[in-house]
Design a protein around this ligand. Structure first.
Ligand SMILES: Nc1ncnc2c1ncn2[C@@H]1O[C@H](COP(=O)(O)OP(=O)(O)O)[C@@H](O)[C@H]1O
Ligand SMILES: [Mg+2]
Length: 431
């Protein structure tokens, strides 16, 4: 099969596929460590489950804890981990705030907007008020419950017939703090919910700063989205939706920066790693879920256009079936682990590998039984020194990987690069 080599400065598009437990995350971590040796590449790991951020807490290879962070230290590269407490949304992101109000049913439903069509209309008016508010140099965090109630009191007559609107306005008036809110419990509930939403707008670090670390300093940046699930449930929206909203903002900031550099004749040189990719770039366009749909379109577009900005992608996912086909077909490199032998998965694998290769792929043993972690690799990669061919690779165990690539034993590694070693170094010397 002829496969176009990515041109100079063009970024790689990589997919790692295979059943849960076939060794995708470990392989991805090795590839990241491999790329990390190449100084000019910034690496952005979008980590929905926190596996990379938490240093693979559940992964042991032959009894040895898999130490991704140690591996990065060994390569001499700086890495930073950010979580939702650090990033969140910009304090002026009106779109995100309105979206959350719309999605988190509690607040508006308790402010006399019971039907979703009323909520939609009300939010479009609200958006207008909030934009004005932000223009006056306020931030999302300055929005108080009373302010919100007053805006809605103004909006109600535009949505409902006169009498209904009057009755609803009356109801809301009794919730204002100045009228000794007759319903303290409800007011408290609303305050709590509003504060939970506002907390997402108190980021310590802006997306732009993170992107600069990535591009100017060539850092390895891990965005840990694990905690987002808890916050999402608290405000009553699905974790994947909130994760999609945050990812969309990070990716669009990267895209803007990439374009800016490109227009100045420069390239970004960044690899974006996305685990659990099928959730964010699903095979079907998500219905009734604007956020996910927008993210899917953005990533699709990215794969087509940001390549020339020097922004590459690595998608990690369990099946080829649930993964967007448009992106699937645009990848430069495919790694197929155990477990895609039947049905539509088999069809998709066959689509991108030369005839005959699939017959060998079918013979990959079940890693659970064989303890062999084998992948079929197709495409062009300096990692395995093949061009346009198919290679079967057996992924090394952790101690072997260190020995083969860096020439040190696991004991030496542990002494110098493990978290314990780093903590030991940080302790003041005893006298
Ligand atoms: N190269 C390897 N050598 C030995 N064991 C491995 C290797 N890769 C993975 N494993 C084992 O398989 C388990 C699952 O690997 P993981 O990369 O998390 O799979 P996936 O991401 O595909 O679900 C790991 O916890 C580890 O015990
Ligand atoms: Mg995994």
């Amino acid at each position: 099969m002829s496969q176009e080599l990515p041109g100079f400065g063009e970024a790689r598009m990589i997919g790692i596929f295979g059943k849960t437990g076939c060794g995708k995350s470990v392989l991805a971590a090795y590839i990241v460590a491999g790329f990390a040796r190449n100084p000019p590449l910034g690496i952005l790991i979008l980590d929905p489950q926190g596996e990379f951020a938490n240093n693979f807490p559940r992964t042991y290879i032959n009894g040895i804890p898999f130490d991704f962070h140690g591996l990065l230290r060994l390569t001499g590269r700086r890495f930073k981990v950010y979580s939702i407490g650090d990033i969140g949304f910009k304090n002026t992101d009106v779109d995100a705030f309105c979206e959350l109000l719309k999605k988190s049913p509690y607040i508006l439903r308790n402010l006399e907007l019971r039907r979703s069509q009323d909520i939609d209309v009300a939010v479009s008016y609200l958006e207008w008020y909030i934009r004005g508010f932000i223009r006056e140099n306020h931030t999302i965090n300055d929005i108080t419950l009373d302010q919100l109630i007053r805006w809605i009191m103004n909006i109600l007559p535009r949505i409902f017939a006169r009498e209904t609107a009057q009755r609803k306005v009356q109801q809301l008036r009794s919730l204002l703090s100045s009228s000794f809110a007759t319903n303290q419990t409800l007011r408290q509930g609303l305050e709590d919910r509003l504060n939970q939403i506002k907390a997402l707008f108190q980021s310590r670090v802006s997306t732009e700063e993170i992107i600069d670390d990535l591009i100017a300093n060539r850092d390895i940046v891990i965005i840990n989205l694990e905690q987002v699930s808890i916050l999402a449930r608290r405000i009553g929206i699905t974790p994947v939706e909130l994760k999609a909203m945050i990812l969309d903002r990070i990716i669009s900031a990267l895209e803007r920066k990439g374009r800016e550099l490109f227009q100045r004749g420069d390239v970004a040189n960044v690899l974006v790693v996305l685990d659990e990719a099928h959730r964010y770039v699903p095979q079907r366009m998500p219905k009734d879920n604007e956020e996910l749909a927008r993210l899917l379109l953005r990533i699709r577009d990215n794969v087509k256009t940001t390549r020339k900005y020097g922004i590459g992608w690595m998608f990690i996912t369990q099946t080829t079936v649930d993964f967007d086909k448009e992106i699937y077909r645009q990848l430069h490199e495919y790694f197929f682990g155990y477990g895609l032998r039947v049905g539509a998965d088999a069809k998709h694998v066959k689509e991108v590998v030369p005839k005959g290769a699939f017959k060998i792929y079918e013979k990959i043993p079940d890693p659970k039984k064989s303890k062999k972690y084998v992948f079929m690799h197709v495409g062009s990669s300096s990692l395995v020194n093949t061009v346009g061919g198919v290679t079967f690779i057996e992924v090394l165990s952790f101690d072997e990987f260190i020995r083969v690539n860096y020439g040190i034993t696991y004991e030496e590694f542990k002494q110098r690069y493990s978290s314990e070693a780093i903590e030991r170094l940080a302790e003041p010397p005893e006298d």
